[in-house]
Design a protein around this ligand. Structure first.
Ligand code: SR1
Ligand code: MG
Length: 401
């Protein structure tokens, strides 16, 4: 198999047979294409007579969510595969293992995680994930620190950054997150009921100013190798474990972009809870989600500081006060990027099931307005956020206004 073409189910089975150490010779394999994301084919290959299974993920040369009119480079499969391997190296228990790959055919064969739940779905259903903050804090601290100028040789970092030039996928982010929601774009997608909010976003020049500053950071700040799309649909969970997948948007960018993605998606789910919870459970579920926000940040911060104090490569970064300054800047960026990510999921092209799936029209609209209020407040105040407590105050104030 050499020239690119989308795999058939039968080809996926034949490919699975070639992966060493998985299926016994002559095993009765079955396969389903289960990709429900925006961009790729995902084949789930199982042995009908044992519990063995694998996943084959293959990129198609366009954005599946839109169709062939939106071409996308197949090199994103190589980028995703290499990012997975690097993230697995730094977080072996939090990232699936890559078993095999073919860059020309744009596929990666990896560990099957079907015994896990997609975190977005789990949170909608009221799932409780007591280890999540610790796990995701470890993932973001390790992957960001060890791929930055703090944690690796600076010349090697430049070479690595060259392998993660990801123009097509970055363009999606630049347009969908940092531009479309603030202009009259054909990509935008929102209900008539919140047309007033969408119009207000288009004319809010102080907000545009903050978004322009954040967009500039996304375009120019090559701080660390980011996952690039770290929302709760890219995270598999059980009550005990966490696995991070789907880093096809990986590139060298500002650390706060990944942390902001996690926090934004927790907050989107928080805003959606009145649409999903029984009355008697609502307050508890909301509080649990709000508590996860500082818990994730605090895990990240304490681990990142520990890595800095143990494995720092950059001598000038030992200057007293520099670590505090660096981390306080990441927090500000986190607030701004979290806000942008919340706004785009309400008025932009690609939404989230937490909000859009709410069956009741009035509760869905209320959730959209709440998410926008939080998102706008985080963007407006990002440069003055001085602590995680202050970050939470900005949210509380936005909810109560
Ligand atoms: C056209 S892709 C739309 C969105 O899906 C991905 O998960 C990213 O968040 C992207 O912005
Ligand atoms: Mg994805």
């Amino acid at each position: 198999m050499s020239t690119y073409h989308p795999l058939s189910v039968q080809e996926a089975i034949e490919l699975a047979r070639t992966i060493p150490g998985h299926f016994s010779e002559g095993a009765d394999l079955s396969c389903r294409e289960i990709g429900d994301g925006n961009l790729n084919l995902v084949f789930h290959v199982t042995d009908t007579s044992s519990d063995k299974s694998i996943i084959i993920k293959q990129a198609v040369p366009y954005a599946k969510v839109v169709g062939e009119s939106w071409p996308l480079s197949l090199d994103r499969a190589r980028i995703e595969r290499q990012a997975l391997q690097i993230q697995h190296q730094y977080c072996p228990s939090l990232v699936p293992e890559v078993y095999a790959y073919c860059d020309e055919m744009a596929y990666t064969v990896m560990e099957d995680l079907s015994s896990y739940t997609i975190m977005r779905k789990g949170l909608i259903e009221g799932g409780v994930y007591p280890n999540f903050a610790e796990h995701i804090g470890e993932f973001i601290a390790n992957t960001l620190f060890y791929t930055s100028d703090l944690g690796m040789n600076q010349q090697e970092k430049k070479v690595l950054a060259g392998q993660f030039v990801n123009p097509d996928l970055c363009k999606i982010t630049e347009d969908l997150i940092f531009e479309d929601p603030y202009r009259d774009s054909p990509n935008n997608n929102y209900a008539e009921a919140i047309a007033d909010e969408a119009a207000a976003l288009r004319s809010d020049l102080p907000l545009h100013f903050e978004v322009a500053l954040l967009r500039d950071k996304f375009l120019t700040r090559s701080q660390a190798l980011l996952h690039g799309d770290l929302h709760t649909g890219s995270i598999f969970v059980t009550p005990e474990s966490t696995m991070v997948i789907d880093p096809e948007f990986a590139y060298y960018g500002p650390m706060g972009f990944d942390i902001g993605a996690v926090l934004a998606n927790l907050l989107l789910n928080y805003a959606a809870q009145p649409g999903w919870s029984k009355t008697e459970e609502l307050a508890q579920r909301e509080q649990r989600l709000l508590d996860m926000v500082p818990a994730v940040w605090n895990e990240f911060e304490s681990r990142f500081r520990a890595l800095w104090n143990r494995d720092l490569q950059d001598e000038m970064a030992r200057t007293p006060g520099y670590q505090d300054h660096y981390i306080s800047q990441i927090l500000k960026d986190t607030a701004g990027f979290a806000g942008c990510k919340m706004i785009r999921r309400i008025v932009g092209l690609s939404h989230v099931a937490d909000i859009d799936g709410i069956p009741d029209d009035a509760l869905r609209e209320a959730a959209q307005r709440k998410a926008l209020a939080i998102g706008k407040a985080l963007v407006r105040h990002n440069r003055s956020v001085s602590s995680i407590e202050h970050f939470m105050e900005v949210i509380t104030q936005a909810i109560n206004e």
